[in-house]
Design a protein around this ligand. Structure first.
Ligand code: ADP
Length: 265
């Protein structure tokens, strides 16, 4: 069977200078983030990509399962950020902005970002992002950006009912399939340029651009953080990536990246 992602074809005309110069591809692994972390520990250079057709144990935040059947784009990029770990935690916004830009600018999809780590279309999850980091003291050894995009399948055909009602795919949104290798090429190019923006101008510059997709801002939302639920008005996302939530009593709560899920009321 011809693989759905032909690495040489993808690398032909790839404009990125570092991202995607090395691409490891196989049909199936447990999780591309786990694979990439192993590669990073073995010394893989920045920009190395691990991509597969199927993940059998894809995971999201807090160990939640990420369903990854054939027809989707499941990949991870290895990074060696020079930033302090606190600033590097903003990589989730780098990934979200790059994915939203590509899906919007290249494929014409109307997308929005859901704080902190998802990209939605028609109010449903189209793309999931999981960033992981290995740090020693004040230094980041390596980071891995994992991106999963539901692409060439209809969610009602492949996902269990409960998930099909909260997820969508490029095919569902556009009514047609697209080429996975073209999507991956565009994502690698955009990821590299947004990552460079992070290095050159810092996280606030990335967040500023990310916010143009953040249509939850100004809306009443519910934030779940561990066992605690808070309702309020989503005021802003600050330059550190924290969500500012105005509570019923008028106080403003700062919710930090990573420990929150968010539901529109
Ligand atoms: P959150 O949306 O809370 O940030 P995660 O990023 O951790 O969640 O993603 C895991 C959740 O995403 C799962 O609990 C499930 O509800 C949902 N999910 C799993 N696989 C997919 C998929 N392929 N497309 C859309 N949603 C998915």
């Amino acid at each position: 069977m011809t693989p759905k992602i032909r690495v040489e074809k993808l690398q032909e005309g790839l404009l990125a200078k570092r991202f995607g110069k090395r691409i490891l591809f196989c049909h199936e692994v447990g999780s591309t983030n786990d694979w990439a972390k192993e590669l990073a520990k073995l010394g893989a250079v920045e920009g190395t990509v691990a991509v597969v057709e199927v993940q059998t144990a894809g995971h999201g935040r807090l160990g939640r399962k990420w369903v990854s059947p054939e027809g989707g784009l499941w990949f991870s990029v290895i990074l060696r950020p020079r930033q302090h770990p606190l600033e590097a935690a903003g990589l989730v916004f780098v990934a979200g902005l790059a994915a939203a830009d590509v899906l919007h600018d290249v494929y014409g999809l109307v997308v929005e970002t859901k704080w902190p780590n998802d990209v939605l279309a028609s109010g449903r999850k189209l793309c999931g992002i999981l960033c992981e980091m290995s740090t020693t003291g004040e230094k980041v050894g390596f980071a891995v950006i994992g991106i999963g995009v539901n692409v060439n399948f209809e969610v009602k055909e492949v996902f269990p009912k409960s998930l099909a009602s909260t997820a969508t795919s490029v095919k569902d949104e556009l009514g047609r399939a697209i080429r996975l290798e073209e999507l991956l090429r565009a994502l690698l190019e955009r990821l590299e340029s947004v990552y460079d923006l992070l290095s050159e101008r810092g996280l606030p510059a990335v967040i500023e651009k990310w916010k143009k997709y953040a249509s939850f801002l100004g809306q009443k939302i519910e934030v779940t953080s561990g066992n605690e639920k808070s309702r309020g008005l989503a005021l802003d996302v600050d330059g550190d990536g924290a969500l500012l939530l105005k509570l019923g009593d008028g106080t403003v709560k700062r919710v930090h990246v990573g420990d929150v899920s968010l539901r529109r009321e």
